[in-house]
Design a protein around this ligand. Structure first.
Ligand SMILES: C[S@@+](CC[C@H](N)C(=O)[O-])C[C@H]1O[C@@H](n2cnc3c(N)ncnc32)[C@H](O)[C@@H]1O
Length: 260
C-alpha cells in the first residue's frame, strides 16, 4: 500500500500472521459469520456502485457484485486481498488496498457502502464514517453489520474459563446501539437506525473440530485470564458444550443503516 495509513497498528495485525492465518482459513471464518449475510444483499439494488469496507477475503463483496454488477472491496490487508482476488467471482469485484479512514475515495462515487465486521477496529470511527459518507452520492445508503455482544460463544467461554475477556475492545466497539447511532450521526449521516439481527455461527464440521477452532481463536485471551490453562483440560469441556448443538452457536449483530 503506497498511500497514507492512519490505522497503523491494524495494518500491522492484518498484514502479519493473523491476517495470513485468516486468509488461509477464510472458509472457516465465513462459516462463522456467513449467517449474517442475508441481511445485506437484500439492500443491494441492480446498478448500485457498492463499496464493501474491510472486505477481507471478499465473501460479502462477491455477494454484492452478483446483484449490483459493480462492487469494490477496500481493505488494508494484502494477504486478505490476495485471497479475495484469487477467489474471483462473477462478475469479479474490484479491490482497493487502502485504509478506509484515510483513502481519498472519488467523491460521490458509490451508491451503497456495506461492511461485515470491517469497521470495528478504527482509530477514529467518526472520521472514517465521514470519509465513507463523502464517498457516497447524495442520498446514498450505508448498511453495515457489527457484532452485538459476544452471543453464545461468550457465554460458553465464560462457563469454561470464568473471568476471561476479549483481548481488545475492537470487535465490540460499535456493539451498543446508542454508541453506534451517535457515531454515524456525528459523521453526518441521516436516518440512522440500528436493527438487531440474529444468526447461527457454524464453528466446525463436528464438535471436536469446532472446539479446536473456537479455542484456537480465543487462546490468547483465555491464557491471559488462566496462564496455566492447557488444551488437554479445556478441549473436552468445549466439546461437551458443543455436543448435540451441531457445532452451532447463536449470535447477534446490529445492522446499522443510514443515508448520506
Ligand atoms: C474481522 S475482518 C472481516 C472481513 C470481512 N468483512 C468478512 O466479514 O469476512 C476485518 C477486516 O477489516 C480490515 N480492516 C480493518 N481496519 C481497516 C481499515 N481502517 N481500512 C480498511 N480495512 C480495514 C482488516 O484488514 C480485515 O480484513
Amino acid at each position: 500500500m503506497s498511500e497514507e495509513v492512519v490505522n497503523t497498528a491494524q495494518a500491522q495485525v492484518w498484514n502479519g500472521p493473523a491476517g495470513q492465518r485468516w486468509a488461509e482459513r477464510d472458509e472457516r471464518f465465513d462459516a462463522v459469520r456467513g449467517g449474517f449475510d442475508r441481511a445485506v444483499p437484500d439492500l443491494v439494488r441492480p446498478g448500485d456502485r457498492v463499496l464493501d469496507v474491510g472486505c477481507g477475503t471478499g465473501s460479502p463483496t462477491r455477494g454484492a457484485a452478483r446483484v449490483s454488477t459493480a462492487a469494490t472491496g477496500v481493505d488494508l490487508s494484502e494477504p486478505m486481498l490476495a485471497k479475495a482476488r484469487a477467489l474471483g467471482g462473477d462478475p469479479t469485484p474490484a479491490y482497493l488496498p487502502a485504509d478506509a479512514q484515510a483513502h481519498r475515495f472519488s467523491p460521490g462515487g458509490f451508491d451503497l457502502v456495506v461492511s461485515r465486521s470491517g469497521v470495528l477496529f478504527l482509530a477514529d470511527p467518526v472520521a472514517t464514517f465521514a470519509n465513507l459518507r463523502a464517498a457516497l452520492r447524495p442520498e446514498g445508503r450505508l448498511a453495515v453489520l457489527v457484532p452485538h455482544g459476544l452471543g453464545e460463544v461468550g457465554d460458553l467461554l465464560t462457563r469454561v474459563v470464568p473471568g476471561w475477556e476479549p483481548l481488545s475492545a475492537g470487535p465490540l466497539s460499535l456493539s451498543e446501539p446508542d454508541v453506534a447511532r451517535r457515531v454515524l450521526a456525528d459523521a453526518g449521516f441521516a436516518d440512522v437506525a440500528a436493527e438487531e439481527v440474529h444468526a447461527w455461527q457454524v464453528w466446525g464440521g463436528d464438535p471436536d473440530d469446532a472446539a479446536e477452532f473456537l479455542l484456537s481463536l480465543a487462546w490468547q485471551a483465555i491464557t491471559r485470564a488462566r496462564p496455566d490453562a492447557t488444551g488437554a483440560e479445556l478441549l473436552p469441556l468445549v466439546r461437551a458444550e458443543l455436543a448435540g448443538r451441531g457445532s452451532r452457536l447463536r449470535a447477534s449483530a446490529l445492522l446499522l443503516t443510514a443515508v448520506a
